[in-house]
Design a binder for this molecule. Structure first.
Ligand code: ARG
Length: 561
């Protein structure tokens, strides 16, 4: 309908395309101001006339239209009132005609790499990594919906000097049994011990550097130990991915690039970009107001940035991406700015397609949580705690539903995801259990509950015929719900272009609100069959949109809760 209005207007306004007009069309805050409004202020300069005059001239030139019931002007606005019956028919038919409403082919033939989650081997998977995992997964779903081929890359932190330290620590104070029994926790403990001991005996640092240098040269004994640490860590990470139902296309961590870092140094040398600085090799970035990007340390070993440079060259060659996204905390902003700049200085124009997607910090409202160690909060603990708390709520509110455990998992995990994705990425996230698990608040459980309610209505009605008397869907609440549904395709495009999943979560909340208003205002299971079926059809569509939009966040929906 919006498109039709835009086309109609563009036939009256030579200076603006239908697309530009569609971008300017607004949805007025109140229903008595119409369903769509076109502001004429921008035209004032072109026509050298006052906006209200332009509005009334254009309005007068538009004759009767089958899809509009009324056109009014107010101030500099033209207000359009849709023909509600026609509108219901259009939205519902459009919904049915599409294979998957909101999907598009915009991204056909294009590839997007998303580098996300990427926890560090031998370190705990903490709540910060939970954010990159949740945001990255949602971006994957959103871009896939728009037809892009998405490559999900887990750039594990599995290489670097810290592994030299770990190996030294393990050889001195570790035991196979302890590591096997306690996993990452034990690796973290011996790592801490290394630092304590190194305070007293600085020679340990040199030993660790040497150990890492040996790893880079392919020392078999050290690599076997490292490989073992990596496997143990991955097993723990997989537990978090299984809880979240998340998968990757490649677990190509930093170690994957260990034989490609020499090439990075060669290319940079060849291009004359490398200079020596205190024994290290760096690319100076003074011209861009950034500190130098270190590419090789004194002993020749690579660092985090070197491996990121190698990864970019590899990904471009392997996937020929149209964009490569990096989802990490804001604190890595400078790192990525430096690395992207070096890629550009190498002469790669695709440097512009590398995008850092930063996000804010996570904290706990009351600071209390059943975390295993002092202040590091394990992602797994927080997910399980949420499932446990949800389980208790279900026991109290609705203990007789089937598959209680599965429902608690879907809702408990969903609550965490929704809380994470409800604001702009860059905003900090607070874990406030009372808030995020409130079934009546602005929460995941609330939207999921709305879905379950819609499911329950449809279960009671049973089969519904597709033919509808559209004139029965012209009340305010039905119109509002239809209008909300109509926005879905644009919402997805908007979320993708800004790399912002919160646009989807807010939208799913809008659908839930519009649905619940409709549910209050319009009794569905009425004796008049025509009315019942017309409304049930609308319930069906709203239910689908809720489920689909939540799936773009990485959430599932229970049929009962
Ligand atoms: N392992 C890093 C960390 O935990 C994140 C890696 C992000 N990706 C990358 N290509 N640098 O902070």
């Amino acid at each position: 309908m919006k498109k039709q209005i835009a086309e109609l207007l563009s036939s009256k306004i030579d200076e603006l395309s239908a697309e530009e007009i569609a971008g300017l069309l607004e949805v007025p805050p109140k229903q008595d101001m119409g369903d769509f409004a076109f502001p004429c202020f921008r035209l004032a300069k072109i026509y050298h006339k006052a906006p209200p005059l332009i509005a009334s001239d254009i309005a007068a030139s538009i004759g009767e239209q089958p899809f509009l019931s009324q056109i009014k002007t107010a101030g500099g606005y033209i207000n359009f009132f849709v023909n509600r019956q026609e509108y219901a028919k259009q939205i519902i038919s459009e919904f049915r005609a599409a294979d998957s409403f909101g999907a598009s082919e915009t991204g056909k033939g294009k590839t997007i790499c998303i580098d996300y989650s990427s926890p560090n081997v031998a370190k705990n998977f903490h709540i910060g990594h939970l954010r990159t995992t949740i945001i990255g997964n949602s971006l994957y779903k959103i871009f896939s919906k728009l037809g892009y081929k998405v490559v999900r890359i887990n750039h594990l932190g599995d290489w670097g000097t810290q592994f030299g330290k770990l190996i030294v620590a393990y050889k001195r104070w570790g035991s196979k049994e302890e590591v096997e029994e306690k996993g990452i926790q034990e690796l973290m403990d011996i790592y801490v011990k290394f630092h304590q001991e190194a305070e007293k005996d600085p020679a340990l640092e040199d030993e660790a550097r040497e150990a890492f240098a040996k790893m880079e040269q392919g020392d078999e004994e050290y690599l076997a130990i490292w490989q073992w640490f990596r496997e143990i860590s991955l097993k723990e990470f997989m537990r978090v991915y299984n809880l979240l139902d998340i998968d990757f296309d490649a677990y190509t961590g930093e170690s994957f690039y260990r034989n490609m870092t020499k090439n990075v140094v060669d290319v940079l040398t060849e291009k004359g970009l490398l200079v020596e600085s205190e024994g290290a090799l760096v690319v100076r970035l003074d011209d861009y107001d950034m500190p130098p990007c270190i590419v090789a340390k004194k002993d020749g070993s690579s660092i985090y940035a070197t491996r990121d440079l190698a990864a970019i060259l590899y990904r471009k060659k392997t996937y020929d991406f149209d964009k490569c996204l990096y989802v990490t905390g804001l604190e890595q902003k400078l790192h990525f700015a430096q690395v992207f700049k070096v890629i550009e200085l190498m002469g790669n124009d695709y440097a512009k397609d590398l995008v850092h997607i930063p996000y804010g910090l996570v904290s706990l409202k009351d600071g209390k949580m059943s975390s295993r160690t002092g202040n590091v909060i394990y992602a797994e603990d927080i997910l399980k705690e949420s499932i446990g708390k949800t389980s208790a709520i279900i026991e109290e509110k609705n203990p007789d539903i089937p598959e209680k455990e599965e429902v608690a998992k879907i809702v408990g995990i969903g609550a965490i995801i929704f809380n994470d994705l409800y604001n702009q990425r860059i905003k900090d996230v607070v874990f406030d259990w009372n808030k995020l698990l409130n079934f009546d608040g602005e929460t995941g459980p609330y939207v999921q509950y709305t879905y379950a309610r819609a499911s329950s209505v449809l279960r009671k009605i049973g089969d519904i015929p597709e033919e509808i008397d559209y004139s029965l869907l012209t009340d305010d609440a039905s119109l509002e719900l239809l209008k909300t549904i109509e926005r879905y395709p644009d919402i997805i495009v908007d979320a993708a272009s800004k790399f912002e999943p919160f646009i989807i979560s807010r939208y799913s909340m809008d659908v839930a609100h519009a649905f619940n208003k409709f549910y209050q205002a319009c009794q569905i299971n009425v004796s008049d069959e025509n009315l019942k079926f017309a409304r049930a059809n609308l319930v069906k569509i709203a239910r689908w949109v809720i489920k689909d939009s939540l799936s773009l966040l990485g959430m599932k929906c229970p049929e009962q809760m």
